[in-house]
Design a binder for this molecule. Sequence first.
Ligand SMILES: *Cc1c(COP(=O)(O)O)cnc(C)c1O
Length: 375
Amino acid sequence: MKIPYRSALDTTPEYIPGKSIDEVIGQYGARDVIKLASNENALGPPQSSIAAAAKVLKTMGRYPDPYSSKLKSQLAQHDGLPENNILISHGLEEMIPALCRAYINPGDISIQPELTFIKYEIGVKIMEGVCIKVPMKNFEIDMDGLLNAVTEDTKIVWLCNPNNPTGTYIGEKQLVDFLSKIPENVLVVHDETYREFTTAPDYPRKTVELLKNYQNLILMRSFSKAYGLAGFRCGYMLADAEIVRQVMKVREIFSVSEIAAAAASAALEDTLYLEQVLDVIHQGKDYLMKQLRTLPGRYITVKDTQANFIYIETSYANTYIFEEMQKKGVIIRPIGSHGLRVTIGLYQENIRFIESFKSVLKDCEHIYHKSGATA
Ligand SMILES: *Cc1c(COP(=O)(O)O)cnc(C)c1O
């Protein structure tokens, strides 16, 4: 007998993680596989985090501190706000559904850009919320479109800034303008996972100051990307103390391990590591953008990025490109039917990506244009 599961699961999308190196080796026999699919940090975790984590290994026989108190007080200093405005979690992967569990009633409406992080939709739908997707404007978040979609039943709006997967950003003025117009009973999540990589002068860097005026604003930050700790699992939100209190009730109390908290503490202090990361990413970005801009614009769109990844649309089916790239040992991420997202890697990895991509595109031109077929 089939036991019926909750009907909300029928409409909840499945999260499909980036392919692993081992999977691709197994499937294609490719050697020397590189993964540029999940926006992880090409440099690996900072040595300081590895050392700090090793030191607390001996405490792992006990439950961790549910509040990650030491890290929290450090973050309060770092971000300049009281500890009761901070909630630390097992990455944002825990925080996003926990926020939904605390705030989404069945039928509540969530608004998001069409092309953004899929975990927002998963979190909403599992709580039987309704997800409204506002079309992109030239692959950018349409802030007026989001505002126009707001109704009395709107509970939450998700802003990913810079946006995954497009790498585009919302400027400070646009953000403040949006906050000033949106009703104060609508939660606005500002996912700042990629904030460290931004270079645009008008990227909103002082969002903590906005928390005073907008109690419906929630800032989310992660140690998974610029700090290189994706495997450790640690992230946090900055929000009104009441929101922190409610979300704390529904999150997993022991989810942040002592090794994750210690690694995050060390990484936060390791400014040298962060500088190194940003050097590698910004140089990689310059190289990749220069190379990608030489490709025929009729068939390929490349978006400027503020993150550690680049969004590309081609007029060819991305399943073909994705497969062929894997045969060459390069894992990237297909998005929709024609989009591709590539994570900026180390110098040699970026060169490998460009060489493989150019060669796969040549094959595409052959298949789609020479034969007269349309993509
Ligand atoms: C990678 C990513 C995160 C980070 O999630 P963690 O669970 O903290 O690793 C959050 N938001 C977006 C948009 C991301 O791309």
